[in-house]
Design a protein around this ligand. Structure first.
Ligand code: FMN
Length: 201
């Protein structure tokens, strides 16, 4: 099993507050190293997702995993938007993240299904970061084509794709992407997001 250190980033000082390194060090890489993800590592990050909370414990998340050079990889890559595929093709693992839209017990719509997938992906991300992995979530893919290529029934929503591997050398990227890799995305100030005692717009 791999070490549990978080990746070393070009920019570490993302917050003035002492965030846990798993949160403070995470970013969405576009540069991936040659290093493959082992079966044990893959199982562990998926296991972390499995233990997420969910509405009525429905566990609506479903994951379709493909490995570079293996069954389904070329098909999934072909469904990713070209602007993402130019770097996503360097990562050893792609995972299609889906939800089952209905509660198993009564067939009613599960309003919280996508929310619960987000929680599961949060746990997946924390575990992956703890293993020194990097991952980048993608909404930029053709869900209709993906559904058709893999024969996925209508009751599943295709939400996003996880590009998973180990962070690589930013210098391997073209100039425009390297700049984005080294300048991590900003955040809104906490004051814009949090209301205490009443909602004031
Ligand atoms: C659901 C979802 C869809 C995303 N889709 C894309 C995408 O198609 N292409 C891309 O480059 N990044 C995509 N991202 C990554 C976001 O742009 C990124 O998380 C955000 O800019 C914050 O940067 P950070 O993750 O490095 O902190 C997506 C993220 C999420 C959660």
């Amino acid at each position: 099993m791999t070490t549990t250190s978080a990746p070393t980033l070009a920019v570490n000082e993302r917050s003035a507050l002492p965030l846990h390194p798993i949160i403070g060090a995470r970013f969405s890489p576009r540069a991936f190293s040659e290093r493959d993800v082992t079966d044990d590592e893959l199982r562990l990050v998926l296991e972390a997702a499995r233990w997420a909370p969910s509405s009525m414990n429905e566990q609506p998340w479903r994951f379709l995993v493909v490995r570079r050079g293996g069954e389904g990889y070329a098909e999934m890559l072909s469904c990713i938007a070209p602007s993402n595929a130019v770097w996503a093709d360097k990562a050893p693992v792609l995972i299609l993240n889906m939800v089952h839209r209905q509660f198993a017990r009564n067939g009613h719509e599960n309003y919280h299904a996508r929310h619960d997938l987000g929680l599961a992906l949060g746990q997946f991300t924390a575990q992956a970061t703890a293993l020194g992995m990097g991952l980048h979530l993608l909404g930029g893919f053709d869900a209709q084509a993906t559904r058709s290529v893999f024969g996925i029934p209508d009751v599943y929503d295709l939400v996003c794709i996880t590009v998973l591997g180990f962070p690589g050398d930013p210098d391997s990227l073209p100039d425009n992407l390297r700049t984005r890799e080294l300048n991590h995305s900003p955040r809104k100030p906490l004051e814009d997001l949090v209301h205490f005692g009443g909602f004031n717009g």
